[in-house]
Design a protein around this ligand. Sequence first.
Ligand code: FAD
Length: 333
Amino acid sequence: MHVIIIGSGVAGISFAEKCRALTADAEITLITQENDGYYSRPLLSRGFTKDDIEHTIILKTFDKLRDSNITVLSDTTVTSIERANKMLTVCHADQEKTFNYDKLIIATGSKAFIPPPYRPFNELFFCLNSLSDLKTLRRIRASVDKPNWAIIGGGLIGCEVASDLATAGDKVTLFHVMDRLMERQLVPEDSATLKQVLENSGVSVLLNQTISTLSKAQEKISITTDTTQEFDAVIVACGFQPRTELAAQAGLAIGRGIKVNDQLQTEDEAIYALGDVAELPNGKLYAFILPIRNQALWLANHLAGQAPQNWSPPVFQTKAKVHGFEAAHPYQV
Ligand SMILES: Cc1cc2nc3c(=O)[nH]c(=O)nc-3n(C[C@H](O)[C@H](O)[C@H](O)COP(=O)(O)OP(=O)(O)OC[C@H]3O[C@@H](n4cnc5c(N)ncnc54)[C@H](O)[C@@H]3O)c2cc1C
């Protein structure tokens, strides 16, 4: 049996390793666009206060996985899935190649969600969604003396990034469209505490902000609301968007993510999806490390005939990694 996994995030890697441990005779191939190894995405938002982060963020090298008899094709993009022939096409260094699978696991994760009003300005801002994004942002920090950043989005990631940049010594302004921070996860009292903690660390927090335009002049980016302010660089952190394009092209059902049943199986019985990209029958996406790892281990057990009938989410909590902030009430997840 040939099992192919697309993606080397926590979903793809946890599944591949568990599958290897349970099924000695399966051929396992993991295909990923990444080149740096398997890294901790949560640590990206602590990427400015830690000098050695570009090395310490790597949890496992791809060679280590290859040593466990998992074929890893890195720096390789899956460009299409042909369900009728159980075949996919990949591209590496401008060369195309095809592979046949018996079981296909789609663990393509998510990209940063860019709200439509900002899309015309996509040359003028950055996101923080991958190690390569972090390396780009760190290069900017290294090239400007005490950079002046704008963060657009006062959700979990926006607050974490603002906090880490300010703690690292940079000037930071956080623009949020709503009247309080992390309004989806925190009660109003905790939002107010979070704002105070960020302001104490030097972040200028601007609420109720509608941005009308971004523009560039002489290496500075201007953001216009009812006033105009200049920054060295802008980061948009407005949530995530599951990477569903491959599945959609292959004719699989898509909602917000790839639709799966309670066994993480798509409508094609040979294809499963898990992680940020999977949408469960209750309409939910479980875009946190703990439930994703739980999905991956469950699915490997299930395919080996060793898991109960359905996957059910474990109890989990999230926590904003904002320096000096503790919520007094449970987060909504
Ligand atoms: C800055 C930040 C901080 C976070 N902090 C936390 C936290 O504190 N706690 C928490 O629980 N969660 C946190 N999260 C969320 C968590 O990191 C994600 O839910 C989780 O990493 C998603 O894992 P995944 O394997 O589903 O997808 P991903 O990690 O997105 O991996 C997807 C993989 O698929 C590959 N891929 C995509 N398309 C293709 C293709 N066509 N061909 C080949 N490869 C492809 C990508 O290169 C990537 O390797 C954070 C996320 C971010 C961005």
